[in-house]
Every structure is written in C-alpha cells, then in structure tokens.
Design a binder for this molecule. Structure first.
Ligand SMILES: Nc1ncnc2c1ncn2[C@@H]1O[C@H](COP(=O)(O)OP(=O)(O)OP(=O)(O)O)[C@@H](O)[C@H]1O
Ligand SMILES: [Mg+2]
Length: 476
C-alpha cells in the first residue's frame, strides 16, 4: 500500500478530462500516458515545449503535466506561456511540474508562476495520480467558488482574517495557492501579526481540513521533552515512560503540523525532524519500528530565521525544507488601512461579548490609535479595544478609554524645546546623534531588552533600529 493510499476526501478522477503530458524522455512519456489513461483521462503526449504549445492551441487541455528540464522551451517557460495565453483567451489550465530531486528553487518558481502543484522525481505513482485528480477536481470547484466569492465581496478572505490592505491581499493570494498542496510554508512576522491564524486558515480552507491541525510551540516545551513530544516514545524508553506515547507528528497524520517558534527547536531535534520530513517516517524514542506519516508542515518564526541560520543555531538544510514558500506578514503599523478595519471588527466583537451598546470610536481616539506604533501588533490592538469596550460608559469609545501610554503618545514629539541659542552656535549633527542615542537606549530599556519591541516603540522597522544601534556602537 502506498503511503498516500486512496486519501479520503480526494475527488474521483474527472472522466474524460484532457491531459497533456510533456517530457523529452520517451519511456517516461509512455509510462505517464498509460498511468493516466487508466484513470479515464484523454491523454496526449508530446516531447517538447514547442510541441506542447502547438498542441494546446489545437485543443486546449484541462491539465498539463510537464517536465521542467527540457531542451528548447523548458517547463517554466511553457508554464508561463500557457498561463499567459490562457489569460488572454479567458480560459485556464492546471499545470503540474515534474522536478528533479533537490531542485526546490525551480519548484518555488513554478508555484509563483501559477503551477497547481509539483512532484519530485522519482515520484510515487499514487501520489502523482492524486495530485492530478485534485488539480482537476479543484478546477471545477474552484471556478465556481471563485465566481461566487468574487461576486459577493470582490476579493478573497480566509478564515476569520480581517484586513484588505495590499499586503493582506498578497497573503490571501498565497494562502489560496498553497492551501491544497503539501508545500511547506514558513510564516514570518513580528509577534501578534496573525501567524497562527494564517496557519489555521491554510489548514481549514484546504484539502486537509477534515484531518487534525496540531500546533506545537517549540519554544514552550522543555528541551529534554521535545523529542518524545514530537516523535513519541515506547514504554520503558526512559524513566517515567510507563506506556507508549504517540508523538505530535504522528497525531497530525493526514493533517497539518504547525511548528510555532520553530527557531527555538534544539539542534538535535532539527536533525531528526529533517529526516522525518524527507522520509515521511518517524521513529519513537526507544523504538525500533518506523511509523509512516503524511503530514503537511507549516512553521512560524518571529525571529529572523536567516540570522539564526547564520549564527549556526538553525540547520540550513532544514531551513530550506521549511521555507519552500514564505508568507511574510508585515507589522500592523505598516498597514494603516487594516488598523481601521480591525478596530471596527474588534469593537463589534467585544460589544457583543460584553453585551454593551458600543458602536464605534471617536475621531480623537482613532487618531491616537493611528499614531501608536503597536509593537504587539494585532494582538495589542485587540487587547486595547477589549479594554476600551469594557471601560466605555457610552456608545462611543473616547481617548479616556484608551490606555494612558496611547493617550500620551502624541506629546512625545514636543518634549525638547529649543533652548536659548548660544552665540557660539551649536553642532547640530552631534546634538541629534546624542538625542538619537538617548531614545534608542530608552526604548531598549522600556521594552526590557527586546529589540523588535523597541523598534516598534520608536515607530521604525527592526532592521532600521538594528542599523542605528550599530551606528552608535550599541550592538553586540
Ligand atoms: N488579520 C487578523 N484579523 C483578525 N484577527 C487577527 C488578525 N491577525 C491577528 N489577529 C488576532 O490577533 C491575535 C494574535 O494572532 P496570532 O496568535 O495568530 O499571532 P502570532 O503572529 O502567532 O503571534 P506570536 O508571534 O506572538 O505567536 C489573535 O487573537 C488573533 O485572533
Ligand atoms: Mg503565534
């Protein structure tokens, strides 16, 4: 039995769907034709990208399965050309690309160009058939859904995610493209930006929704327990292992494993995790038998993982495995349009929860909210609004219902008055440098040494803050 088997919930083959196989290797072409014909598709096979385009013009296919490496027009070019011609003629085609083992970069490129999925050589026959079936089934369904949804709201939303800034639209677009695949995604962003919500949206809107979503906070499990939590253990593996324990990876079988704060995963476990992902098998602590698993991995980090890799604290090979597609969520202060939508959303939500007739926010209060850099991002905004709704005496939230730090935030600009001007003049650059240095340090102190938060307090990006610290010799 294959590791995928006949996955539950997978659509039946779409009888008679037109499939075009493109491969310069004759034996593979023939093999794929036979394999797919057996599922009832009308299969044509050609040996090059050029022939594929001609064939597509003659009779537009529903799905193209193409090799990436071919002389002449290669798989990526073919994909681009098909998508472009399709768009021009108002018809779409699903494209699945076949990549050589280890060429993750081209798989990512293909997904960006709109491929439905990719499969790595040597592939598993059942996996390939399943991907084809899914892409074709989804095509029918998605066309209908997208039409309905687009008509209803003019854009795509996922789960309970609020916000329609361009940045969030990009996030929704990525979610839509990866949700029905097994592709590993790394979700990055400051604390409170909604990384876990996005992971849930991917899982619950995708083909794995009927199977478990298992979230693991890698930073919260004591280091000596990580291994048995993730991989499980057998009875007697160590003192205290009084019975067999199923690991979290196995309990996510057929579903999604969400590795939160993945940057905190100890190096020893990183090796074992990488092996589990590559081989789709895990060995419990103290066990000898391997267990086959089919999990989709999503990971989140609020530290810059590339930095962690550079410091030697995170394995580069695992990083590439997790980061096939990256979903970067910008901090709230960089998407002011979302702030207004989120305020409205949270006011409505908490008014209902607290049973209070609060309907909105006064213009003054909204100005304060807009001026605040929200180092804790959406989570901080959510807490702020919850508190305000709870305190609010009338129907509208006022400045007095906001935390004092917000009410004060606008006055910080005017604390330094121009003193009596000295006749000998001043060195303005040196003065500004001293001023900057004082505020950089004050923010670091106010945030208890957390640089991301300190940057937020100063209304700047982490990178910019780090750059300025270095400029003053305050890093390290
Ligand atoms: N776009 C959004 N729409 C609605 N609510 C959101 C959105 N983004 C975040 N939230 C809310 O903000 C809170 C924090 O979100 P979440 O836990 O997903 O953030 P996170 O990025 O995982 O944070 P951390 O890095 O601290 O773990 C949650 O209560 C979530 O409901
Ligand atoms: Mg989180």
């Amino acid at each position: 039995m294959s590791e995928h088997g006949q996955a539950e919930g997978a659509p039946a083959p779409v009888e008679g769907a037109r499939v075009l196989v493109v491969d310069d290797d004759l034996s593979l072409r023939e093999f794929l034709t036979i394999l797919l014909e057996r599922d009832g598709y009308a299969v044509r096979a050609v040996a090059s990208g050029e022939e594929a385009l001609a064939e597509a013009e003659r009779d537009w296919p529903d799905l193209v399965l193409t090799d990436l490496n071919m002389p002449g027009i290669d798989g990526l070019e073919l994909l681009g050309a098909l998508k472009e011609r399709g768009a021009r003629a108002g018809r779409d085609v699903e494209v699945i690309v076949v990549t050589a083992y280890g060429s993750t970069a081209s798989a990512v490129e293909a997904m960006k160009l709109g491929a439905a999925d990719y499969v790595t050589k040597p592939f598993n026959n059942d996996e390939l058939r399943l991907l084809v079936r899914r892409a074709l089934g989804r095509r029918a369904l998605e066309a209908e859904n997208l039409r309905l949804k687009a008509a209803l709201q003019g854009r795509y939303h996922f789960g309970n995610l609020v916000g329609s800034s361009p940045a969030m639209q990009e996030v929704y677009d990525l979610i839509r493209r990866v949700k029905d695949t097994r592709i590993s995604c790394l979700i990055t962003g400051e604390t409170g930006t909604g990384k876990e919500m996005i992971a849930r949206a991917i899982h619950f809107s995708g083909v794995r929704a009927d199977h478990p979503f298992v979230a693991v906070n890698c930073g919260a499990i004591p280091e000596n327990l990580v291994e048995s939590e993730l991989f499980g253990h057998v009875k007697g593996a160590f003192t205290g292992a009084v019975r067999d324990k199923t690991g979290l990876i196995v309990s996510a079988h057929r579903g999604t494993l969400f590795l939160d704060e993945v940057n905190s995963l100890p190096l020893a476990q990183q090796v074992k995790l990488l092996r589990a992902i590559q081989e789709r098998r895990v060995t419990p602590v103290g066990g000898t038998r391997e267990i086959e698993v089919d999990v989709r991995i999503l990971a989140a980090s609020n530290a810059d993982l590339e930095d962690v890799v550079a410091r030697g604290e995170f394995r580069e090979d695992l990083y590439y495995r997790l980061n096939v597609v990256q979903i970067a969520v910008p901090p709230l202060r960089e998407r002011p349009a979302d702030l207004v939508e989120l305020v409205r959303h949270f006011v409505r939500h908490f008014a209902e929860e607290y049973g209070k007739p609060v309907t909105g926010v006064s213009p003054d209060a909204l100005d304060r909210l807009k001026a605040w850099p929200f180092p804790g991002n959406v989570r901080e905004l959510q807490n702020t609004i919850e508190r305000a709704v709870a305190l609010c005496a009338g129907p509208v939230i006022g400045v007095e219902d906001l935390p004092p730090r917000l009410a004060r935030s606008m006055s910080a600009e005017v604390t330094e008055e121009v003193p009596r001007f000295p006749p000998e003049g001043v060195n303005l650059d040196a003065m500004l440098a001293r001023f900057e240095r004082r505020w950089l340090l004050a923010a670091l102190e106010a945030s208890g040494g957390n640089k991301t938060q300190a940057a937020g307090l100063l209304g700047m990006s982490f990178r910019s803050y780090r750059y300025r610290l270095a400029k003053h010799g305050l890093d390290g």
